[in-house]
Design a protein around this ligand. Structure first.
Ligand code: ADP
Ligand code: MG
Length: 619
């Protein structure tokens, strides 16, 4: 059809008002997408009614039955017909500004009633009896007297039987039932003082007993996982009338999806893009791109400064000042991450305990053969080459020759036992290095624990932090290549590298264009030591291709720094001397964020002596 063709004849129908039922069904399309949305609306109603106990029973993934019983304030007989009528609500006294209840639109019950068989039985506080009203395909029946001692019971049967199109889009009973569990878990975190009980033939039961508000962490632990409490830090920050409380996980406690991020605005669970992206931003430096932190965040905002009326499902919000909210979330999490930079994850240590513990949940340790070889610690062997502090991978990161204090490398190869062991000092939380095992891990000792350090991961983090600092402080020292290296690339890659040559120079990598499709490397960053320059340049080129346009300078700098750090770090498999190991530990103690490498893996794990004693049954 071209623009000049006449429009096709279409028979026009006269405009008419839609029936109430049709209007409700249209609204239901948005409010009740699936059984889990029905549960969400009904649980919100119970909470708005001040319930302290909420029981949820389902059958057939919520498609055949959802029953919610609460001990809230109930609905008086005279108001029952209104409760199920569209745009009727007992909430929202102050208009759309300043909504303090979970519900406010007055459309959940009529919507549900238009697409299912709904029964509402309730006894208002102080009333002499209970009453029941039924809604089926939008038609009301009742109210009539019924038996109930207090509160409200709402039953929803045959959901969507009236709209087969919607029924077709639902998932398996098991998937719908799981979605219901998820809705209840999410909302239950924000109401620790309320008892939740979820049961049904289609699920394993979930019981969340009420806990004192001061012990909210118990409720969080029951939902997010008990190990979260041990691997999280508390948040408590405020800025211009916006307050943030809750808990965020250590960077080493990451997960494969963002499912484990629970965000609440004034007690309402939300999936807000702004906040989720702020969380990602806060952890960007300490977590691999494909991993996600675990957190439970409660934002308190003056209800007038947040609009919850964005979507009928009320999971989106709009803040009057999004920048303020983002800044608060990013700032508060980053500040704590920096402060706690030396707290490693106990997850590794816990796992270790399980594996060690006889009869524990883990694999039982295989019995050692009678002639088991003694573990070969580094200090029981001779180092392969004389130790040269200037070439040590643990030398200070500014490229200056190392100063290891009293340590003087002697010409002859030295056994560690012959140097005095480093003393344990309280100001050294990572302890004194005692040995290296597997040429990859440092074993250190503090007053009350054993610390295992991943030497590659630790060093990588230190190099990364030094590189990032070089962007703001003076450029890093370089190392001249005796023979400049020519690296062949595509022309597009050359362009991208040359465009960033100022940044690369600050890091100590000097490149220049070398004819079409090639660059020449003259100097490399001294902190990387001897490095495969062509491999490094190619990888940076790849990195720039991937992150190039959208990332902004900050993002590109971080990625290039991470790539470089990985190239220059002490690989596993390098033998380290005691002073090198101690130098690495002391560096780690000074550098923020060194508890994780820049891929988010822990750089060290700590095993308390008390736990070791438990392993041996001494406690
Ligand atoms: P909204 O929650 O937006 O007001 P609903 O359609 O969900 O709209 O509920 C309509 C009204 O019915 C509520 O405003 C409330 O007064 C009453 N109501 C619903 N569920 C309950 C309940 N479990 N306990 C007490 N009152 C309820
Ligand atoms: Mg409601």
């Amino acid at each position: 059809m071209t623009a000049t063709d006449p429009p096709p004849e279409s028979p026009r129908m006269p405009i008419r008002q839609l029936s109430e039922t049709l209007i409700d069904q249209i609204a239901a399309g948005e409010v009740v997408e699936r059984p889990a949305s029905v549960v969400k609306e009904l649980v919100e109603n119970a909470l708005d009614a001040g319930a302290r106990r909420i029981e949820i029973a389902t059958a057939g993934g919520g498609k055949s039955l959802i029953r919610i019983t609460d001990d809230g304030c109930g609905i008086p007989e005279a108001e029952l017909p209104l409760a199920v009528r569209r745009h009727c609500t007992s909430k929202m006294e102050g208009g759309l500004q300043g909504i303090e209840t979970l519900g406010f639109r007055g459309e959940a019950l009529p919507s549900i009633g238009s697409v299912a068989r709904l029964s509402l039985r309730s006894r208002a506080r102080g009333a002499s009896g209970a009453h029941e009203i039924l809604v089926h395909g939008g038609r009301q029946d009742g109210p009539r007297p019924a038996a109930l001692s207090a509160g409200t019971v709402i039953e929803v049967r045959d959901l969507f039987h009236a709209v087969p199109a919607r029924l077709k889009f639902l998932k398996s009973d098991r998937a719908e039932s799981a979605a219901i569990t998820e809705v209840v878990r999410r909302i239950a975190i924000a109401f620790p003082g309320v008892r939740f009980e979820l049961s049904g033939e289609d699920r394993s039961p979930l019981v969340l007993p009420a806990v004192d508000e001061t012990q909210a962490m118990e409720r969080i632990g029951a939902i997010v996982g008990e190990s979260f409490a041990d691997n999280a830090f508390a948040l408590d920050a405020g800025r211009e009338g916006v307050f943030l409380a809750g808990h965020a996980g250590l960077p080493s406690f990451h997960r494969g999806t963002a499912q484990h991020q629970y965000v609440y605005v004034n007690g309402r669970p939300v999936r807000d893009r702004l906040i989720l992206s702020a969380i990602r931003g806060a952890y960007a430096d300490v977590m691999p791109r494909d991993r996600h932190p675990v957190c439970v965040l409660f934002l308190q905002v003056d209800p007038r400064d947040v609009d919850v009326n964005v979507h009928p499902a009320k999971a989106d919000v709009r803040f009057r000042d999004p920048g303020l909210v983002r800044g608060l979330v990013v700032g508060a999490i980053r500040a704590e991450l920096a402060r706690l930079s030396l707290r490693g994850s106990t997850e590794g240590a816990d796992g270790l305990l399980v594996r060690f513990r006889a009869g524990g949940a883990g694999e039982p340790a295989a019995p050692a053969p009678a002639h088991a070889p003694r573990p070969s610690f580094a200090f029981s062997e001779r180092p392969a080459a004389p130790y040269d502090p200037a070439r040590s991978p643990s030398r200070p990161l500014d490229g200056r020759p190392a100063d290891f204090g009293a340590f003087q490398p002697s010409a002859r190869a030295e056994r560690f036992e012959e140097t005095a062991p480093a003393p344990i000092r309280a100001e050294f939380p990572l302890g004194a290095a005692r040995a290296q095992i597997g040429k990859a891990f440092i074993v250190a000792e503090t007053e009350d624990s054993l610390v295992l350090i991943d030497q590659h991961a630790a060093h990588e983090r230190l190099v990364y932090e030094a590189l990032k600092e070089a962007i703001h402080a003076k450029p890093l020292p370089t190392q001249m290549l005796l023979i400049p290296e020519v690296v062949d690339l595509t022309e597009a890659e050359v362009e991208r590298l040359v465009a960033e040559d100022e940044v690369l120079k600050r890091f100590g990598l000097h490149i220049e264009r070398f004819g079409p499709g090639a660059v020449m490397v003259r100097e490399t960053p001294a902190i990387l030591g001897e490095v495969d320059a062509p491999a490094l340049v190619r990888e940076i080129a790849d990195e720039l291709t991937e992150t190039g346009s959208g990332a902004g300078l900050g993002g590109r700098v971080d990625h290039v720094a991470a790539t470089m750090a990985c190239h220059g770090s002490v690989r596993a498999g390098r033998r380290l001397q005691a002073p090198e190991m101690n130098a690495l530990l002391r560096r780690m103690e000074q550098v923020p964020a060194s508890a994780t490498c820049n891929h988010g893996r822990p750089t060290f794990i700590e095993l308390k002596l008390a736990d070791i004693e438990r392993l041996f049954g001494r406690r």
